[in-house]
Design a protein around this ligand. Sequence first.
Ligand SMILES: [Zn+2]
Length: 51
Amino acid sequence: MDTRSPPEISCVLCRKVVDLHADLCADENGKSVHEDCYVQDVAKKLPRIRK
Ligand SMILES: [Zn+2]
């Protein structure tokens, strides 16, 4: 087994490192993103649902 640190994965939306243990999420294309970034990205694509 490889016990070295895993390669850092960057969020494709904000370019910051994704913490695999905390906030890894994947978008519809399988890209690694933060859950919060994904939510915001989806929100931007959706029609306005707020008042
Ligand atoms: Zn992000």
